[in-house]
Design a protein around this ligand. Structure first.
Ligand code: PHE
Length: 345
């Protein structure tokens, strides 16, 4: 009898020249059909000596399975590359999802551009900072309780003389005296947009957040300039219908100091919705930023003569700006990395 191996070689040879399913079907009949090769071999079992019948049967069965497998593969190959099928090269391709800038990144860019337009230069200062620049230079001596308002994360390194301990900067105001030193002589018009760190974690706080700070120092700078600059930004960012107001407050590094409120986007500044108080603002205004005229002592620390120059500074929380603009009540969504949220912007 012909060896299994030779039969398989023969089958492969015959298959290799076939390109259509009908001829493969014919070949299948030749091997596996009722009167096919395999069946003929099986019929010959009657001539095989009894003690060899079992081995003979097994051998034919192996051959049958192998032939079935090879033919099946060839058929699959043919149906998968139907070369004669019409291919429309003009059909549009599969659209792939497009990435986009993160809401924080696009807001940072928008703010930079808004301030560049009125002549402010974007600057950045160390994120890992000395206590001196975050507090002492800003009129907050070592034991001043106002430091508690800026709950601070400390770095575990030995303190340096005059500079104090190393910290993660809790506000962008750390750049004020650095900028005065860098610039040497006013005018100063800077905007700094940076990461800040305070150990808080709830729906309106994350331990890392962003602030953007603006500092303007020149001759004859007044509160009117401060208010106009804040109003300019608010209208650029939120729209013409929005107003800012200054409310007296206290910061160690500005005098006078203010908190900045803007028109509530929910009740449009009315403080009521129908006959009910607006649940978001209760008053028509939302608190948004800290601001003030740069303190005399800070100018002196910055080596700027307060008899000739004065200035203003303000800082907004970036995440809070975004939350008010898009009506978000959970700040952590900005950092969860959930694509269902992020792809909306
Ligand atoms: N640094 C202050 C804060 O983080 C905000 C501020 C900046 C206030 C500039 C006055 C002037 O709360």
């Amino acid at each position: 009898m012909q060896n299994n191996k030779d039969i398989i070689i023969e089958l492969n040879k015959e298959l290799s020249s076939l390109t259509d399913l009908t001829s493969i079907d014919q070949l299948e009949v030749k091997y596996l059909g009722r009167k096919g090769l395999i069946n003929k071999l099986l019929q010959k079992i009657k001539d095989v000596p009894v003690n060899k019948k079992k081995a003979y049967g097994q051998k034919i069965n192996q051959l049958k399975n192998e032939v079935k497998r090879i033919i099946k593969i060839k058929k699959l190959e043919l149906t998968n590359n139907k070369t004669d099928e019409f291919f429309d090269a003009t059909l549009p391709g599969k659209p792939y999802p497009r990435g986009s800038l993160h809401l924080i990144t696009s807001t940072v860019e928008k703010i930079s551009k808004t301030f560049q337009r009125i002549g402010f230069i974007r600057m950045s200062y160390p994120e890992v900072e000395w206590e001196y620049f975050s507090f002492d230079s800003l009129n907050m001596p070592p034991d001043h309780p106002a430091r508690d308002d800026f709950e601070t994360l400390f770095i575990d390194v030995p303190p340096a003389p005059k500079l104090g301990k190393m910290i993660l900067s809790p506000h962008t105001s750390s750049g004020q005296v650095r900028e005065m030193w860098r610039c040497g002589r006013p005018p100063i018009r800077m905007v700094s947009i940076a990461k800040c760190y305070r150990p808080n974690w709830d729906t309106t706080h994350t331990p890392m957040f962003h602030q953007f700070e603006s500092l303007c120092i020149d001759k004859n700078i007044t509160i009117t300039n401060l208010k106009a600059s804040i109003n300019y930004f608010v209208k650029e960012y939120f729209g013409e219908d929005y107003q800012a107001r200054l409310r007296p407050f206290h910061f160690q590094f500005t005098e006078p100091s203010f908190e900045v409120d803007i028109t509530c986007s929910i009740c449009k500044g009315k403080g009521t919705i129908g006959h009910q108080k607006c649940k978001v603002c209760k008053s028509g205004w939302l608190e948004l930023a800290g601001a003030g005229m740069v303190h005399h002592n800070v100018l002196i620390e910055g080596k700027i003569n307060p008899e000739i120059y004065n200035g203003w500074a303000f800082a907004f929380g970036l995440e809070r700006l975004i939350m008010i603009k898009i009506g978000l009540n959970n700040m952590r969504l900005l950092y969860d990395g959930d694509i269902r949220f992020l792809e909306q912007f």
